[in-house]
Design a protein around this ligand. Structure first.
Ligand code: HBI
Ligand code: FE
Length: 276
């Protein structure tokens, strides 16, 4: 039984015992089995078919710059390409890591990527983020400069939020805008969020007619609670990634306000909501 790690739920799948103090560990790319790479290729092929109609242009452009189709990527090789694009690199982790460690890596332009991949029988739903969610879902957009700058600035705010006791509003911003964000493009509504683009069901749903979408509003997002084990009842839509980068300047003043405000329940309406 793994010892409990402060800030993490019990029973996580990863091998935390071999991780360093900053929760990084070797990816051990040579250690992946052929079946692991086959699982990755199955997931990749399924999502790649959905990207032309549903994914943001910056996500598709980023994916085209990475060598992700053949199997689980070697993080060192991916880091070399990322560094050239926006100064980001990948670090392998056993899975979810405590907020402070996670923010610390983001602030240094290091994206934590879980090193294990789901089992074949978990193709459609997985409780913890695995290497497909983290690498396929999150990494392509790190080649987009405004988003890359936003995420580094977001990480720097982790320490401020921790001091203010406002980690929950900051986590809501990540959830809604990094995991489940949509963007309006000339071609229509497109998904850029990792939680959407790493799931075939959510990729179809988020830009479809059944989904509820609201125009991005920072104060509204900071108060918006979310569900973690179902399709999102509400998605927030930006017009450009610069809107996210601008949010990091407004955030410090808004975190305390959001901390003290009444949360907006998942799927609930709020004054000023602008449906899209
Ligand atoms: N750890 N590895 C990993 N990946 C995440 O996406 C992650 C995390 N720890 C905390 C966390 N996300 C969320 O609480 C963020 O909102 C901070
Ligand atoms: Fe994620």
């Amino acid at each position: 039984m793994d010892a409990l790690i402060d800030g993490l739920p019990a029973g996580l799948r990863g091998d935390y015992a071999v991780a360093a103090a900053d929760f990084t560990l070797p990816q051990d790319w040579a250690g992946y089995a052929a079946a692991d790479h086959a699982t990755w290729r199955t997931l990749f092929a399924r999502q790649a078919a959905l990207l032309p109609a549903h994914a943001a242009a910056a996500f598709r452009a980023g994916l085209d710059r990475l060598d992700f189709a053949a199997g689980i990527p070697d993080f060192a090789a991916t880091s070399a390409r990322l560094r050239a694009a926006t100064g980001w690199s990948l670090v392998a982790v056993p899975g979810l890591i405590p907020d402070a460690g996670f923010f610390g890596h983001l602030a240094q332009r290091r994206f934590p990527v879980t090193r294990w991949i789901r089992r074949p029988e978990e193709l459609d739903y997985i409780v913890e983020p695995d290497v497909f969610h983290d690498a396929f879902g999150h990494v392509p957009l790190l080649t987009q400069p405004a988003f890359a700058d936003f995420l580094a600035g977001y990480g720097e705010l982790g320490a401020v939020a921790a001091e203010l006791g406002a980690l929950k509003p900051l986590a809501r911003l990540y959830w809604h805008m990094v995991e489940f964000g949509l963007i309006r493009e000339a071609g229509g509504l497109r998904a850029y969020g990792a939680g959407i683009l790493s799931s075939s069901v959510e990729t179809r749903h988020a830009t479809g007619s059944a989904a509820r979408r609201l125009r991005f509003d920072l104060r509204r997002v900071l108060r918006s609670d979310y569900v973690i084990d179902a399709l999102q009842p509400t998605y927030f839509v930006i017009d450009d990634y610069a809107a996210l980068f601008a949010a990091t300047h407004d955030l410090p003043a808004l975190l305390a306000e959001a901390r003290d405000a009444a949360p907006i329940p998942p799927g609930a309406a709020a004054p000023g909501d602008q449906p899209i």
